[in-house]
Design a protein around this ligand. Structure first.
Ligand code: NAD
Length: 484
């Protein structure tokens, strides 16, 4: 059974609210409980963050960097334990969970370094007697709210950027996967980050998350999650505050006639099905040039069928584990049924894996559908499951038009060997991220964010840290010294 205390003002407290059960999605067994923080406990965490803010903001960025580096090192040392907690609560294979924890450690090291490079500007004035300084100051108290698909990384981007900038933070981890975030909070605490700088309160989004968003003592909300909740947050904030919203997507891939077909298939299989498709930048739909459509389809179906699936603790190196809960599995089945009923052709998957060990748990085979149209949900809505729809195209302009034809704008992909096609596609795709001849659309030192209904603001990179600053313009009038 996993630990469930909350971190408030540097103290680990058990919490007095309702108890919520947490399940292992591969076995449906209860693995621990958390408490739904009461409003008094949430307010105590916010007050602790407020109290800690002036000293943390006033600390030298070099000192903050030292502490962030130390936290990164501790997280790396505790990688196996944190990863085991993550696989047990989320379902992804253990090796993948280890990789995610390593990336979290790298994020903290990255922001430790980035924090010491914050600088302002000196702006010219009409008269040389004046000087305008533009300085950056930390915003204040941040509420960080994140989903269950990447329980470590998504919290790490927020903690890294906020702490490096000099902000303090109250984190509400996802209720499905609270234990790996709590282990991360423990590492930050043990690294010597002062009391109140990082707080973590557990519980439901509708009560704990909502209370954080509504608090007038919170200066910024950093949210990753669904579009519906993101919109609710934007609409329900009672005071003016800065928001960054990293929301869902329905990400397209274009495969042109000049593409390296095997590389495109490899990329498509990886980015459609990794983490059981529960990735905001998962490929949901693929548009393939007519001349290579059937060969691409049969290769992708074979690649999907070759992926191994298992309980991620039993087989750490499996390609895929369980889905995180019954909800995304139900949506995957609903999108599949909708597409089949509207004429899609099933090329791979479409059923749970066979065997006694899959009798319990939320498992499903990676599924490929051919001949999909935009009348089908899979082509226009986020499935968040191991399902991808494929459709042929005649001209590149038709492919780009279809790729842009959803309310989303998070990530997009293309495979082509032709420079002219690369430029045509990348300049016309209305997405925050475009990956060409690869499917890793985000790297820690480049900005990452969505357009349209996929969100506002950025994480990753320098831009991800600048979200936690206010600008201040200081305009000074100088006189000549009397004895000059
Ligand atoms: P969700 O929106 O249901 O929940 C996300 C978080 O918000 C959870 O911690 C939840 O408790 C909390 N929450 C729920 N209601 C709230 C409220 N009223 N006020 C404040 N907080 C509230 O999302 P989910 O189902 O956990 O995650 C899947 C979604 O996240 C997908 O849409 C996916 O695309 C998106 N996502 C986006 C990115 C990105 O970087 N753009 C990354 C990962 C996931």
């Amino acid at each position: 059974m996993f630990e469930s205390e909350m971190l408030i003002g540097g103290e680990w407290v058990p919490g007095t609210g309702d108890v919520l059960q947490v399940q292992n999605p591969a076995t449906e067994e209860t693995i621990g409980t958390i408490t739904n923080a009461t409003t008094e406990e949430i307010d105590r965490a916010i007050h602790a963050a407020r109290k800690a803010f002036p000293a943390w903001a006033g600390l030298s960025p070099f000192k903050r960097a030292e502490l962030l580096h130390k936290a990164g090192e501790l997280i790396d040392q505790r990688k196996d334990d944190i990863a085991r907690a993550m696989t047990t609560e989320q379902g992804k294979p253990l090796n993948e969970a280890r990789g995610e924890v390593s990336k979290l450690a790298q994020t903290l090291h990255f922001y430790a370094e980035e924090g010491v490079r914050v600088h302002g500007e000196i702006i010219p004035n009409e008269s040389n007697a004046y000087q305008s300084l533009v300085v950056r100051e930390p915003i204040g108290v941040v509420a960080a709210i994140s989903p269950w698909n990447y329980p470590a990384e998504l919290i790490g981007w927020k903690i890294g950027g906020a702490l490096a900038a000099g902000c303090t933070i109250v984190v509400k981890p996802p209720e499905l996967t609270p234990f790996s975030p709590l282990a991360i909070a423990r590492a930050l605490h043990d690294a010597g980050i002062p009391a109140g700088v990082v707080n973590m309160v557990t519980g439901k989004g509708s009560s704990v998350g909502q209370h954080l968003v509504e608090s007038p003592l919170v200066d910024k909300v950093a949210f990753t999650g669904s579009g519906a909740v993101g919109l609710r947050i934007q609409q329900s904030s009672l005071t003016v505050k800065k928001l960054s919203l990293e929301l869902g997507g329905n990400c397209p891939m274009i495969v042109t006639a000049t593409a390296d077909l095997d590389a495109a298939v490899k990329g498509a299989a990886r980015r459609s099905f990794r983490n059981m498709g529960q990735i905001c930048i998962a490929i949901n739909r693929i548009y393939v040039a007519e001349s290579v459509y059937e060969p691409f389809l049969s290769k992708l179906a074979a690649a999907a069928d070759a992926l191994t699936i298992d309980n991620g603790l039993d087989d750490p190196g499996a390609d895929l584990g369980a889905m995180a809960s019954a909800e995304p599995l139900g949506k995957t089945k609903a999108h599949l049924a909708d597409a089949l009923q509207k004429g899609a052709r099933l090329m791979a998957g479409g059923r749970p894996p066979e065997g006694e060990k899959f009798r319990k748990g939320f498992f499903f085979r990676p599924t490929v559908l051919a001949d999909c149209t935009h009348e089908m949900q899979v082509m226009t809505e986020e499935t968040f499951g191991p399902l991808v729809g494929v459709a042929p195209f005649r001209t590149l302009s038709e492919a780009v038009e279809k790729a842009n034809d959803t309310p989303y704008g998070l990530a997009s992909y293309a495979y082509t060997k032709h420079m002219d096609e690369m430029r045509y596609i990348s300049s016309r795709l209305d997405y925050g991220n475009v990956a060409i001849n690869n499917v890793d659309a985000g790297i820690i030192n480049a900005p990452y964010g969505g357009r349209k209904q996929s969100g506002v603001g950025y994480e990753h990179g320098r831009e991800g840290m600048l979200e936690y600053f206010n600008f201040k313009h200081v305009r000074i009038c100088f006189d000549e010294p009397e004895d000059a």
